[in-house]
Design a protein around this ligand. Structure first.
Ligand SMILES: O=C(O)C(=O)C[C@]1(C(=O)O)C=C[C@@H](O)C=C1
Length: 113
């Protein structure tokens, strides 16, 4: 369970970086949220293992809204980039690909990949 969370968070952080041409030094800070059914590890630990040791990180609980998708880790990154907001790629992996089909620049990876 813990390994799965660490692996999936590392996949998310890496994909956000690759999809937006970002390096660790471009990150000002990152907020992770996890749904209240996730207990095995802090998502920030996965980021630290990728070299984010000097980037301010924090983990928080997602709101428990009735009917919302379980077992989701989200990240909001504050970054230095020359990309205009419209060119930022938002990454939704596995089951989370269903969350924001309205975004125009989204890189969604379905659950079976
Ligand atoms: O983007 C997501 O991950 C969503 O679930 C959508 C949404 C939103 O309505 O904008 C909902 C809850 C999250 O806290 C963040 C964003």
């Amino acid at each position: 369970m813990r390994d799965h969370l660490l692996e999936r968070v590392a996949e998310m952080v890496t994909d956000v970086m690759e999809s937006n041409g970002l390096e660790v030094d471009d990150f000002i800070s990152v907020i992770f949220t996890a749904t209240s059914d996730l207990h095995s590890e802090f998502p920030a630990y996965a980021a630290r293992r990728l070299g984010f040791g000097e980037v301010p990180l924090i983990c928080a609980r997602e709101l428990e809204i009735d009917g919302s998708m379980p077992r989701v880790v989200r990240m909001m990154a504050h970054v230095e980039t020359d990309l205009p907001r419209s060119d930022i790629t938002h990454v939704y992996l596995h089951g989370a690909a269903a969350l924001r089909r309205d975004l125009t620049r989204v890189r969604a990876v379905p659950d079976d990949e």
